[in-house]
Design a protein around this ligand. Structure first.
Ligand code: SF4
Ligand code: SF4
Length: 273
């Protein structure tokens, strides 16, 4: 049994956060190359991380950026190119249960009923009563992804510090340290995380951090044919995202939870959860 498996076993039997965090820190302190020695996600400049993945050391200053994404709901046509691009870019499992980003279709019926279905993983169970299109008064698509929250519950619950927030406002997962306990998956109120069946570690959208630190756009933003997705730096007044925020009435998902999401929606219907 290696150190990572040992800590996971302890967590399942003794979910005492203080002790476990200490053990997590011990894992981090393990010598490089030793089983359980921690390393941040490739390309990460997270707290204390060394530049990696061939990135030049001088290239990127996390202190001078703070990232977010905008979504113009009226522009989304539900084509799922973003979802496909994300899967290819981030090696997300192909099966239709694993997503870093996905599209939901909302149908609002005349009687006030709201039907929600993922475009990318439609439910297999047929509806009990076949829907009558004439009952639907409004339909629209809502792209969803990790909100890279400024106050992220997933970070708070992680017992080994594998989930952490970077200075530039992105929540990352250290795969070397993650023990696959799923606490973060349960804590995320947006259903934005999944357990990768190949690595048994948590995964989610990182705003394509490995691209962003090289001044590239996230893959989903780059391929969107209608420019429904806008990525930008909230610290730069000239960024498209800041302009988008100025020009639109902005909503975030589940604002009452105080997670401070950094995915900002324009034209968001009140029925969207
Ligand atoms: Fe964490 Fe979920 Fe917020 Fe993403 S959306 S930062 S996974 S709580
Ligand atoms: Fe942390 Fe989530 Fe991995 Fe558990 S599954 S160790 S909470 S990142």
């Amino acid at each position: 049994m290696n150190k990572r498996e040992f800590v996971k076993g302890l967590i399942l039997f003794f979910p005492a956060a203080g002790l476990l965090r200490a053990l997590g820190r011990e894992l981090d302190a393990a010598p490089a190359g030793a089983p359980g020695a921690a390393g941040k996600e490739s390309g990460s400049t997270g707290p204390g991380a060394e530049p990696a993945g061939g990135m030049p050391a001088k290239a990127y200053d996390a202190d001078s950026h703070y990232y977010g994404m905008g979504i113009e709901v009226d522009k989304c046509i539900g084509c799922s190119r973003c979802v496909e691009a994300c899967k290819a870019e981030n090696d997300v499992p192909r099966e239709p249960f694993f997503f870093r980003t996905w599209i939901e279709r909302y149908d609002i019926k005349r009687n006030g009923e709201v039907l929600v279905e993922s475009v990318n993983a439609p439910s297999k169970k047929p509806p009990e009563v076949a829907p009558d299109d004439r009952d639907v008064i409004r339909s629209f698509f809502v792209p969803k992804l990790c909100n890279n929250c400024a106050n992220p519950p997933c970070v708070q619950v992680c017992p080994v510090g594998a989930t952490f927030a970077t200075k530039d406002g992105v929540v990352l997962i250290d795969k070397e340290r993650c023990i696959g306990c799923r606490y973060c998956i349960q804590a995320c109120p947006y259903g934005a995380r999944y357990l990768d069946p190949r690595t048994k570690t948590a995964d989610k959208c990182t705003f394509c951090y490995h691209r962003v630190v090289k001044d590239l756009l996230p893959a989903c933003v780059e391929v969107c044919p209608t420019q429904a997705r806008i990525f930008g730096d909230l610290k730069s007044r000239a960024s498209r995202l800041v302009r988008f925020q100025r020009m639109n009435r902005i909503h975030v998902l589940k604002p009452a939870l105080n997670t401070e999401p950094k995915v900002y929606y324009a034209q968001l219907d009140g029925e969207v959860r």
